[in-house]
Design a protein around this ligand. Sequence first.
Ligand SMILES: [Zn+2]
Length: 478
Amino acid sequence: MALVVHDTLTRSEREFVPRDPGKVSIYVCGVTPYNYCHIGNARPYLVWDVIRRYLSYKGYSVRYVQNFTDVDDKIIKRANEEGISALEVADRYIKEYFYDMDALGIKRADVYPRVTDHIPDIVAMVEKLIETGNAYVLDGDVYYSVESFPEYGKLSGRSLEDLKAGARVEVDARKHHPMDFVLWKASKEGEPAWDSPWGPGRPGWHIECSVMSLKYLGPGFDFHGGGSDLVFPHHENEIAQSEAATGTAFARYWVHNGFINMGGEKMAKSVGNVTRVRDIVKEYPGPALRYYMLSTHYRSPIDFNMEDMPAAQRGWERLRNLEENLDRALAGQETAMPQDLSSNAREFLSKLAEYRSAFEVAMDSDFNTAQASGVLFDLARDLNSYLAAGNITGERAAVLAKGRDLFLSLGEVLGLTGVDEGGQDRVMVDGLVRLVAELRQEARARKDYATADRVRDRLAELGIVLEDTSAGPRWRYN
Ligand SMILES: [Zn+2]
């Protein structure tokens, strides 16, 4: 069965055909590192982690690129509040981002391009868009002219007329069209700035993704992904910029994931209904949260409820326990398949083949992880019964080894087996640092500053930066 993907651009299910046979190229919009990730932020990266794992399982060689927007109004605001540079803010939260992703078992991208490392590339593309008549300069700013790109609106299904009618009245009157968006912003006092032909400034948000995806993947790469809130204007603008600059189609398939809601509203920092990844993985294993989120199809919303986490944990632990039990049962066993198989063995092997095909049917149907994880649990149930049904020797060991291979290979696609529980060590380390910080506070309270300083210095040597704040001690891992 062929892989079929729901494509936002054509609003249809399309068979996946890669640009280059045997290879898949993926670009996913990354985070703006100015705060900790909540699970709504994390969902696209989990979705894409599974998609790329499945594409690798199918035999493709996958190249995955995900950016960091490391200069932005929110980063600058936080840097000014804390009296540090924007770069320091971004560096700190990029580290925290990796901590959260590691806890969820999300594999690293092949490239993590950062905006501030690509300013000359961005300037070059803006120059090109001015040259092609798709952009214009306005007092040190550069704007994209949406009217210069006849297909503007094709991704989100909006027309320029509707957009004009819906535009707010306070729109900048200097712009040619209210939807024209900024490619290059002249810098204000106290903001990071780079030289450009239009004076000192910094890139607008949308241009970075056009520049960096094309640089690392080339035009017409296979998948462009992100949350469905990025369809308009971000991805619409990426298409307008890229296709005007290259004259060819930008990405072959547009894949957007649904939101995470909590209390009936989309999880967002601005709403205040956020649950941070680290707050969940302190209490529950990362793979349990992973399993929970994968139990819903990626395009559907998830109504997150912390009360569902214990059941998710029990579910994942069933898989983990089975994995351990299989290892124990098969340790030191001869697992070469004998020539003549009993009918029981043949029957079980054909059942395994059915599970594999059911799993692939689910994943080939627009990456239906909810259905695929159901198949994995059915397989686990049968393997548990098999283990319980008698001694694991001879033919039974050989057949069970096949079952284990299948279980691990499907589980690996969902990231639910073969889990390195290093993330759990981190929970332990967190608990120990909290204890040390409390003891240090007590030393300070009795004015034993020598001990307090020694503790802080020794922690720093271990890469743990402890800071005293008005809200008590805080720490981060360097
Ligand atoms: Zn983007």
